[in-house]
Design a binder for this molecule. Structure first.
Ligand SMILES: *[C@@H]1O[C@H](CO)[C@@H](O)[C@H](O)[C@H]1NC(C)=O
Ligand SMILES: *[C@@H]1O[C@H](CO)[C@@H](O)[C@H](O)[C@H]1NC(C)=O
Length: 459
């Protein structure tokens, strides 16, 4: 008689145990499906990328799936990379290889040093591009095949300079103890000296060199001496026209800091109660005056979120939630014309409102930003009522069109390792290859009459 309730207790315990176990596996599998970090080999939404050049990208995705390795003759770009000592790149991350080892073994994820988190990551482009180049000659790394590393510099389209200049600026700009110069300054001086002594640099005066300087304050010393190179930048804000311009340089997106929303569960028009979202430092020097003006114009509106806030102390998490609950996200010029806020908005599928007259945008030659963003001139934005009337006038149908486009193009702004067709790394290499074409076009035109001159001279 007594065994029955015991049994019942036992079976209900068993049942709750089973439920707990299955819940555990359910959550585990969900997190595997939806929340895959940067350093994962697991393909994420590789099958549902919808991108600029649909056909060729699909073919690329197919070959990545089949694990086809890169044929150097098929790659868009052949790159030669200097074997700079580790103190210029992975050594800045604390990585120490064996004696004479210059590069980490990128075929093994646990051998790859991590880039520091937080706001450093915004400018980590140098890290992702270098890793991708290294992996192009590492067996068993499935990746897109836009660029391939070659060992012979005369066969290369570009010469890649693997200096982690943004990290060097962020972490090593302070003068320590009795030193006279910061590590950041010393590295830049040594880089200039190194490049000036190289045959590869002398060949075209550095024009075919790719140098990464994404943080606006990186390469502050060396930029004056290496300005002939192709630069990978966030914007042209702190450069003079001769050193940086759209003709030769490539604009790369910031690495976003908020989490990416899965396109399949992205909140719709009705599910985003906030009309306009902005969180950031409100008082800024330089171009930031407009932030203050907008603040006073909009602070009393009920469906507007416009607050002071820093990235630290849970600010990033708050921004993730806030942007995902908003229809429009403001991107207002601050210290510099660009900021990571635009890219945070894109991966939150919050329609960006760009108020920054001097901004340069990544891959704008192949991407029409007006299909998923609103551009407002600073002078208009400051007129009383202008911005809110404009945004309130964009109804559900029009907004949803832009939101659909945002969900399609968001993968172009993801940095990851290994890289995938159509992601930020891949898009940057493609942008570089378009610059190389322009460079070659100019060189060929210059050659037109030079051959005849040579024949005449020989005569
Ligand atoms: C990858 O690296 C880790 C740590 O360095 C090592 O323990 C492991 O054996 C390596 N795996 C392979 C497959 O080489
Ligand atoms: C590098 O390539 C050039 C041009 O293709 C060739 O002439 C040269 O012999 C190559 N050098 C080496 C070391 O293979």
């Amino acid at each position: 008689m007594t065994s029955t309730p015991e049994k019942r207790v036992f079976s209900s315990r068993l049942l709750s145990c089973l439920i707990a176990i299955s819940m555990f596996f359910f959550i585990l599998s969900c997190s595997l499906l939806f929340r895959i970090g940067d350093n994962s080999f697991v393909p994420r939404s590789i099958y549902n990328l919808i991108v600029v050049d649909h056909g060729s990208l699909e073919a690329e995705v197919e070959s990545v799936k089949r694990g086809v390795s890169c044929d150097p003759n098929q790659a868009l770009l052949k790159a030669f990379m200097y074997d700079l000592p580790p103190e210029f790149h992975f050594g800045l991350l604390g990585w120490r290889g064996n004696t004479n080892q210059i590069w980490p073994n990128v075929g093994n994820l646990s051998d790859i040093p991590k880039y520091p988190g937080g706001l450093n990551l915004q400018h980590s482009i140098e890290y992702w591009l270098t890793l991708d180049l290294l992996s192009s000659v590492s067996p068993n790394v499935p990746r897109s095949c836009s660029v391939v590393l070659v060992r012979n510099s005369s066969q290369a389209d570009i010469v890649f300079v693997p200096f982690f200049s943004s990290l060097s600026y962020n972490r090593f700009s302070k003068i320590e103890g009795t030193e006279e110069k910061s590590t950041n300054d010393i590295l830049q001086e040594r880089l200039v000296e190194y490049l000036n002594g190289r045959e590869e640099w002398k060949r075209f005066g550095g024009k075919d060199h790719l140098i990464m300087a994404h943080h606006p304050n990186s390469m502050l010393l060396a930029r004056w001496k290496l300005g002939s190179a192709m630069l990978v930048l966030a914007d042209f804000g702190r450069y003079s026209d001769e050193i940086a311009n759209v003709n030769k340089d490539v604009i790369a997106p910031y690495k976003h800091v908020v989490r990416t929303i899965d396109a399949r569960i992205s909140p719709t028009f009705e599910e985003r109660p906030t009309l306009v979202y902005f969180q950031g430092a409100i008082y800024r020097k330089d171009g930031g005056v407009i932030r203050q003006e907008l603040y006073y114009l909009m602070k009393d509106e009920k469906d507007v979120h416009f607050t002071f806030g820093s990235a630290g102390g849970g600010g990033i998490r708050k921004a993730s939630t806030g942007m995902a609950a908003s229809k429009f996200c403001l991107n207002i010029a601050g210290d510099t014309p660009s900021s990571n806020r635009l890219f945070d908005a894109i991966v939150s599928h919050c329609v960006p409102v760009i108020i920054s007259d001097e901004i340069e945008l990544p891959y704008e030659d192949v991407l029409d930003y007006s299909k998923f963003s609103i551009f407002v001139r600073a002078s208009d934005a400051c007129k009383n009522g202008y911005l809110l009337n404009l945004l309130r006038g964009i109804k559900k149908e029009k907004w949803t069109e832009m939101w659909e486009r945002l969900k399609q193009i968001a993968p172009h702004f993801e940095y990851q390792y290994p890289s995938r067709p159509g992601d930020a790394v891949d898009m940057i290499w493609k942008a570089v290859s378009r610059k190389v074409s322009t460079l070659q076009y100019k060189a060929h035109r210059k050659n037109r009459y030079s051959m005849s001159q040579q024949f005449l001279n020989a005569h």
